[in-house]
Ligand binder design. Sequence first.
Ligand SMILES: NC(=O)c1ccc[n+]([C@@H]2O[C@H](COP(=O)([O-])OP(=O)(O)OC[C@H]3O[C@@H](n4cnc5c(N)ncnc54)[C@H](OP(=O)(O)O)[C@@H]3O)[C@@H](O)[C@H]2O)c1
Length: 221
Amino acid sequence: MEENRPTLAVIGGTGKQGRGLAYRWARAGYRVYVGSREAARARETASAIRARLADRAADVHGLDNLSAARQADVVVLSVPYAAHRATLEALRPALQGKILVDVTVPLRPPRVSRVWLPPHGSAALEAQDLLGPDVAVVDAFQNIAADVLWQDDPIEADVLVAGRGKANRHRVMALVEAVGFRAWDAGPLENTVAVEALTSVLIYMNKAYHATHLGVRVVGR
Ligand SMILES: NC(=O)c1ccc[n+]([C@@H]2O[C@H](COP(=O)([O-])OP(=O)(O)OC[C@H]3O[C@@H](n4cnc5c(N)ncnc54)[C@H](OP(=O)(O)O)[C@@H]3O)[C@@H](O)[C@H]2O)c1
C-alpha cells in the first residue's frame, strides 16, 4: 500500500453521491474502484468518469462491490440507509484492517427533512458495531450535495470528519482535502450522530430557501 495515495473503493459508486466522489478522486490521481451490485453497471460509471477525464488517463475501474472492497486500502460506503446493514454484512471480511469512510445518512423517507436517529444513534455507530474493532469507521461528506461533487466549480462548503481514532480521521481528512474541500476533525464516533443529523437540517433548508446544495462553513478558527 502506498501511504499517501491509498487505493480507494466506492461502494454504491454508481449512485449520485458515489459517482461524484469517484470522479473527484480519479481527477486527483487516485486509483479508484467503483463498486456496484452489478459489475457491468460499475464499469459503465467508471467508463463515463474516464471519458470525462479523457485528458488525464484516469485510473478508475468498475467491479462488483465485494471485489472493489477487496482491492482497496480505504473503502467508501455510499448506499441508501435501507441497504446499509445488508451491504456491510456482505463486505465485512473484505473490510478488516481498513478504514471505512461512511457517507450514509440515516434518512427515513418520505420525511427526509426531519432528523431521525436510528437505534444506535448514527449509521456510523451501527457500522462500527457490526464490523468490529479491526475496522475504523469514519464519517465524511454527509453534508455535501451530490451535484456539488459532480461539477468543477470552486467549492464553498466544508466537510466534517468524525469517527474512530484521530489518526484515521486525519487520513480521511487528507482524502477530503485532495478533492478540494476544507476538512475539519469533528471528533470521535459519537459525534457522527450530529454530523449525520445535520443532513436532514440541510435538506429542510434547501426546500425552505429554494436551493439545491446548501452546505456548512465553519468560521472563527
Ligand atoms: N445524494 C446526495 O446529495 C447525498 C448527499 C449526502 C449524503 N448522501 C448519502 O449518500 C448515500 C448515497 O446517496 P445517493 O444519493 O448516491 O443514493 P442512490 O443514488 O439512491 O444509491 C446509491 C447506490 O446504492 C446502490 N443501492 C441502491 N439500493 C440498494 C440496495 N437495496 N442494496 C444495495 N445497494 C443499493 C445502488 O448501486 P447499484 O444498483 O449499482 O448496486 C445505487 O447506485 C445515502 O446514504 C445518502 O443519504 C447523499
